[in-house]
Structure formats: C-alpha cells, structure tokens
Write a protein that binds this ligand. Structure first.
Ligand SMILES: [Zn+2]
Length: 568
C-alpha cells in the first residue's frame, strides 16, 4: 500500500502532532496493511462483521482505524471501501459530532449501567446509516458489563458494528472474543515511523533534522503516538522525558544477588515518581520479553531498539532465574492489588528474589540447594549432597508459607557470596570417563527429569547417540526441535554436571525416526489452543494476512509459563 498524503486537520495549532496528523481515511494509514486490506475489502463487498476485536499495543492505530471504518461505512461518496473524508458524514465523524459513532472508554466507564445505556441505543438507529460502537480498553469492563455486552453481541441489531479495542486480548472474555473477528495491530517498524515523522515534520514546517527524527523513533518504541509526542517534545525543549522506567539498575542487582543494590534501584525509581504497581507491571512486561527472547524470539514483540539489551539480560540471568523473576513479580502484582502499602510488597518480593534463603517456594529451594551443592563440591572430600526435590510436573509454584523467615533481615541484606565459578574442568581425581551405556541410562532416568519443562518436551523423545571423551552427541526428533536446543543446552549441561560431576560438551543431531518412537505428550493441563483466536478470521479476502503464533513456541510458552496472561 503506498504511503498516503499527510494532511493536517482543522485542529492545527491547538492539539498535539498525533491528533493533528491522525489519518482520516484508510489510504492515509501507514503500516497495519493486513488490517486495512481486510476492512476495506469488507466494506467494499458489504461483508462487514457485527463485531471486531482490535488488539495491539498502545499507539498503533486501533481507535483511529475504528473511526475510519465508521466513516467508510457511512460515507456519502465512498471509493473502493474507503471514505472520502470530505462529505458531511465524514466531517462530522472527524469532529466527533456524529451520532453514528459512539465511543466508550472502558477504563473509566466500566460499569454495567454504562454499557446498558449505550447498548440500548443500538436498537434505535438512523435509517440508512451504520452505528459504530467503539469500546476502548474493553478488557477493563466489569464482569456484569461484559455480560451485558455479550448479550448484545449474541443478537446484534442490523446496521450496528461493535469495535472492541484492547491492549490485552487475553483478558477479554473468551465468549466475547469468539463472537468477534480478531484483527491484530502491530508495533510500527522503525522505517515506517521515521517516514511518518519526516512527512509530518515537512507538512507542519517543523524542520526536524535527521538526528531528532531518529531520537523520536527510538523513544516511540514502535508506537506512532509516542513517536509523535516525542517529536513534539524534542522540538519544543530539545530534550524529552524518559517515557518508561528503566530497570537496568534493578536487574543488575538481581543478577548480582545484591539486595542493597536492588532495593536502591527500586527506591530511585519510586523517587522518580513511578507508581509501585505500574513499576511492577512494567518490570513484568520487560522481563517477559527477556523470557520470550530466550525461548521463542519470534513471539517476542520487543522493538528492535530494545532487543539486544533484553537478550543480553536473558544471557546474564539465565532461563531459570528469568522465570523466577517473572513468577515472583507476578505474585507481587496480585498481592499489591489488595495491599495498603504496595511498595513494601514489591520490596519484600525483590529481596526474596535475590536472597532465596527467605523464600520457601520450590524454585527458591532449588536455587539454594544448587548453591549449597556448588559450595560442597568446592570443599575437599565432599559428602554426597542430598538430591534436591524435583519440582512436580504440572504444578505451579508452591504458596509462600506464613512462617517467618529464619534469616535476620540485616543478614539478608548483605550481598550474597559471589556466584560460583563456571563448571570446573574434570579434575585429576575424577574416575575415568563414564561409559556410553551408563550415560544413556542415567540420562533418561536422572538427568532429563532434572531439566526444565521446556527441555523435557524436547528430551523426552531424544536419544544419546555417542560419547567421545566428554562430547555427548544427542539426537532429537526434528529439525524444529534441534533449533530449540540452544535454549535448553545450558540447563541440560547443568543437569549432566550434577549427575556425572563433569562438564560435557553437547552436540545435537536430528534423527527423524525418533518422532515415531516418541512417547505421547502428556495431556495439557488447560484447555488447549487458547491462542487460536490470534488468527485473522475469514475476511473474504484471500490476501488477508493470517497471523498465527508459531505452534511450537506457543506450546512451550503455555507449558512453561501458564501464568502469562496474569502478569503481562
Ligand atoms: Zn465521506
């Protein structure tokens, strides 16, 4: 789709760049081509759905697109499913004075009465025109309000279109989702934002130089709204306030197991004026990207500017600890909802994270035992360490018991001992290298069960092929699995080292015959395919892009991270 012209609206001079340069027709929209194509096609062929779910990050054009859809439906002189943006109906919608477009911000009007009042009007339409109801942040509707909305969606009046916009489609009732056509809005690529900013700068005579445009694109992080408001600020003041908290200091503290540094970083963020709940949510969001970049980079939606930094954190924290950060912060978010002093909850959670002695969850216990084992191994003639309890498959973290921690708080705040050094090379006193048969048996019986759930998914059907010195060749059932071995290698090496007291080098091969021999996967713990509605449903347009989350990655994520929707 060619880039449309940039036309300032009549609001020039009063409002922000984002409002002034909001596209008024489909042909003026940048990016989101799959959405535009589907909607234009539906209008042109008179196959418009009664309900759409627009999901995507903030500032990616969801509400704007909903208004353009309303214009296109009611335009007096439509062209190929697009609005003219000049007739009386189009102008009224631009000005916000049209009676055919009703908007409700579910974040502030989320009660059942708000929805009932609005929906009641749906039955009294103006003859010949379409009524378009736009529900912004629809996931924030109360339960009763959602039920009222659902009732209307079950028997939609003719000539009514509901557009439900949300940044979080998984929080929308599944019964509502299933009655909508789901269109997914994506973050804008940097080039798209840069060309938009250049055009806006030209049209508004702003003379923004290339460095300013680049800075605004970086600050926009894929959002047109944020990029334009950053451009506004940069041009007005030459500087721009950081629009999001930065967690590098805090994560550094976590990575170093340094409670003082972690709490100092938190205190400085709170001192900058960030609300503790918002901080916890943002932290969970950022660590979630760190997690996704480790297990399924294609699903991660971190913008390009952030990816390298977040991937770096993934390497430093490791997968196990990343998951623990997510689980701990997720738990804290839930506890904060009902707590009077929210920052204390977050502080305690972070201290538990860096001082596992204070934490009685399975993950923390594993971390403590791991540390203990390393210390014992470093000591001369170590006694056999007790096997750590295996985390039961299919269970989440154990609840935190009421019992008071046994470690004094001052001691807890002292920096943790330096992390144990990398796995030692096989020492002189080690017995001869293990035999292949022995390795095979213990691999299946003792090593695999110690690995993560993700690793077990792959290793359940794998076979130890060969052992030369300490180079272990393992065959997996498919090329797709082999591509995922990188992320499980570190954990597997740890489990091997634990079992054999040696550092192995792993070599992966593919043996398709293993797929047939693989034992059936265990039944999923939840109803399967919660993400099926990510697809763009039948749009009547063969070119419409179908967005399907990679199924292997999806499987891994639902397996490994069942709480995703609770903390994202
Ligand atoms: Zn028109």
């Amino acid at each position: 789709m060619p880039d449309g012209p940039v036309t300032p609206t009549s609001l020039e001079g009063v409002t922000s760049l984002y409002r002034r340069f909001r596209p008024g027709r489909f042909c003026e929209m940048r990016g989101q081509e799959h959405v535009v194509r589907a909607l234009r096609g539906a209008v042109a062929n008179a196959r418009v759905s009664h309900a759409y779910l627009f999901s995507g990050p903030r500032g990616t054009g969801k509400t704007t697109t909903a208004r353009i859809l309303a214009k296109a439906l009611n335009c007096e002189r439509p062209v190929d499913g697009d609005a003219c943006n000049e007739c009386a109906s189009c102008v009224a919608i631009t000005k916000g004075s049209s009676l055919d477009v009703i908007e409700l911000d579910a974040a502030s009007n989320n009660g059942v009465d708000d929805v009932r009042d609005i929906v009641a009007g749906a039955w009294h339409g103006t003859p010949g025109s379409w009524k378009v109801y736009i529900f912004d942040e629809v996931h924030q509707l109360s339960k009763a309000a959602s039920a009222a909305l659902l009732k209307t969606l079950e028997e939609p009046p003719a000539h009514v279109v509901f557009v439900l916009a949300t940044t979080d489609p998984h929080k929308v009732l599944p019964t509502i989702r299933s009655r909508t056509q789901h269109l997914e809005f994506r973050l804008y690529p940097a080039e798209t934002l840069a060309s938009l900013l250049r055009d806006v700068s030209d049209a508004a005579d702003l003379a923004a130089d290339e460095a300013t445009v680049e800075a605004a694109v970086r600050l926009g992080r894929g959002s047109a709204r944020d990029a334009l408001s950053a451009l506004d600020q940069l041009l007005a003041t030459g500087a721009v306030a950081e629009a999001r908290p930065t967690f590098d200091g805090l994560l550094e503290g976590v990575a170093q197991s340094d409670a003082v540094a972690t709490l100092t970083a938190l205190a400085s963020l709170v001192g900058e004026g960030w609300d503790p709940e918002q901080l916890a949510e943002s932290l969970a969001g950022e660590v979630r990207q760190v997690f996704l970049l480790q297990v399924a980079p294609r699903v991660a939606d971190a913008v390009d500017a952030d990816r390298a930094r977040l991937a770096d954190w993934g390497e430093r924290l490791g997968l196990a600890r990343t998951v623990r950060v997510l689980e701990t912060v997720g738990r804290a978010i839930r506890e904060m909802k009902s707590a009077p002093d929210k920052v204390v909850i977050l502080e305690v959670a972070l201290v538990r994270l860096v001082r596992p002695e204070l934490d009685a969850t399975y993950e923390a216990l594993e971390e403590r035992l791991g540390r203990l084992e390393r210390e014992l191994r470093a000591a001369p003639s170590p006694p056999a360490p007790p096997a750590p309890p295996r985390r039961p498959i299919g269970q989440g973290a154990a609840p935190v018991p009421e019992a008071a921690p046994s470690v004094p708080f001052e001691a807890a705040l002292a920096p943790a001992p330096a992390p144990a050094p990398a796995p030692p090379a096989p020492s002189d006193d080690a017995e001869g290298d293990p035999a292949l048969d022995d390795v095979r048996t213990r691999f299946a019986e003792r090593v695999v069960p110690r690995t993560s759930r993700a690793a077990q998914l792959i290793l359940r059907s794998a076979r130890v092929e060969a052992l030369e010195g300490l180079v272990l060749t393992i065959a997996v059932a498919s090329e797709e699995m082999r591509q995922n071995t990188e992320m499980i290698s570190q954990g597997l090496r740890g489990a091997l080292e634990h079992e054999f007291k040696r550092g192995f080098t792993l070599h992966w091969t593919v043996d398709a015959s293993l797929a047939a021999a693989a034992p059936p996967a265990p039944a999923p713990r939840r109803a399967p395919a919660p993400m099926r509605d990510e697809e763009v449903h039948d749009t009547g347009d063969d070119d419409a892009e179908v967005v399907v989350v990679d199924s292997a990655a999806e499987h891994l994520i639902t397996e490994m991270f069942p709480g995703a929707e609770e903390i994202s």
